[in-house]
Each structure stands twice: as C-alpha cells, then as structure tokens.
Write a protein that binds this ligand. Sequence first.
Ligand code: NAD
Length: 257
Amino acid sequence: MNYLERFSLAGKRAIVTGGARGIGLEICRAIGQAGAAIVLVDLDETAARSAASSLVSEGLAVSHRFLDVTRSADVTALADDLNKESPIDILVNNAGVGPRAEALETLDEVWVKTMSVNSDAPFWCSRAFGRHMTERGSGNIVNIGSMCGLIVTQPQNNTSYIASKGALHMMTKSLACAWAKFNVRVNAVAPGYIATDMLDRFKTDNAIWHDRWIQQTPLGRMGTPEEIASAVLYLASDASSYCTGTILAADGGYTSL
Ligand code: NAD
C-alpha cells in the first residue's frame, strides 16, 4: 500500500464554507494542495474573491461564491447548481461565529445568531449537499466543531457557543450513522485555541484571558490554522476511510487535562 496516496484528493471537488480567512482559508490551501478543486464560499465576498485569487496564484484550482450559510434556500439552490456542473465530493462546514457573552448578559439575538451559523447552517449545508452524495453513493463531510463542544472552557463562560458546538458534534454523529449505508462519511475536527482573527483580538482586549488559555494548554501555545487544516485533510481523504462519526480533537492536549 502507498500510504501517501491515501491522502490524495486528485479528481475530487470540494466546497469550504467560511473559506475567506483564518482556518477556512488554510483548509482550502491544504485540500487544494492534495489535488481537490475548491469552491470557496463566504459571507464576505470581497475577502472571498481575494482569498480565491491568491490561492489560484499558488497554482490551486479555486473558484469563489457569495453564500450566507444561514439562508437555507440559498444553500439548497447553490448545492443543486454546483452538482449540476459536476459532483461535489467533499463538504467542509467551517463558517462559524464566536461571540463572548456571559449567560445572564446574552441577548436573544446573540443566542439565535450563534445557533444559526454554528449549528443550523451546517445542517442546511449537510442536507443540501448530502442529498446529492447519498443519491450518488459517495461523499465526505467534515464539520469544524470545537473543544467547546466537548468540555466547558474557562475563565470565560460562553454558553451560546458551547451549546452550538455541542449540537454540531451530535449532528455529526447522527448523520454519520444515518448515511453510512450510502457510503457518505461525516466527521468533525474539534480545535482548541487557534490564532485567528476570532481570538487574536483578545491579545489586546483581554490579555488575562489570552494568557490563561495558553497556560491551560498542555503544549503551552495556541494552535495554528495549518494544524487544523492537516486534521481536515486526514478526515477528507481515504487516509481516514474507517472513520465516521469521529470528533477529532486538535487542541494541544486541552481536553486531556
Ligand atoms: P474567523 O472569524 O477568522 O473566520 C470565519 C469565516 O466564516 C469568515 O471568513 C466569515 O466571513 C465566515 N462566515 C461567518 N458567518 C458566515 C455566514 N453566515 N455565511 C458564510 N460565511 C460566514 O474564524 P476562524 O477562527 O477561522 O474559525 C473557523 C471555524 O473554526 C469556526 O467554525 C470556529 O467556530 C471554529 N473554531 C475556531 C477556533 C479558534 O480558536 N479560532 C477554535 C475552535 C473552533
């Protein structure tokens, strides 16, 4: 057996949500380098265009589309449209929001938006793209969950985010069991603290939290988007062919404490 070939995505077509920056952008780079053609979608169309063009300049096959993943009808229309061109083999549900709000101060709209982007939208996308995958008898879905879906992080209390990622993890397991018979695998990566725009602002806004996050992480540092993209590449490829319903923690050891 050639093990490196098992990581190849040559001939595959993938869609990555929230691909314009941070972890999503790096996922596009990783699976693009493995040979997949990528459709990068994001709410921020300008950032999506610039991300796609920089990946194309690196020699990768990337196109971009505007998509608000919370709009279920738009998600379904895009899935049908793209699959008419050629099948989408891999869906990466990466788009997410990370508000910080103590439970008693959480406004209704913050709760609803967090659940809408982090757990409803991955279901809209999985249902829309999964319909084509199940009909075809092959497909691969990777969700970006969080260690917050496995444990409660401290010192911040962030109930809406924790609840949204917990729901996403259980949706991952439920779809994995439902769609295994169609040869569609569904897994998730659960990142720890990763240095992206989502958390970098805390270096100045709340350095006490930021320092504590690093102290609480056994590897003693924040992770990088590249370290999450590598885990996604594993789950998106045949290298993980016996994994479905897996929640793969990539968290510097945080959830082992
Ligand atoms: P980020 O804020 O840097 O990027 C998120 C991207 O998603 C942005 O490009 C944004 O425009 C897009 N997006 C947001 N709402 C959208 C919508 N409705 N429709 C389409 N696109 C939308 O975030 P990141 O740090 O790169 O996080 C990516 C994923 O990883 C998220 O699901 C996040 O919850 C998860 N995660 C991040 C960390 C971390 O420490 N950064 C830790 C655990 C999990």
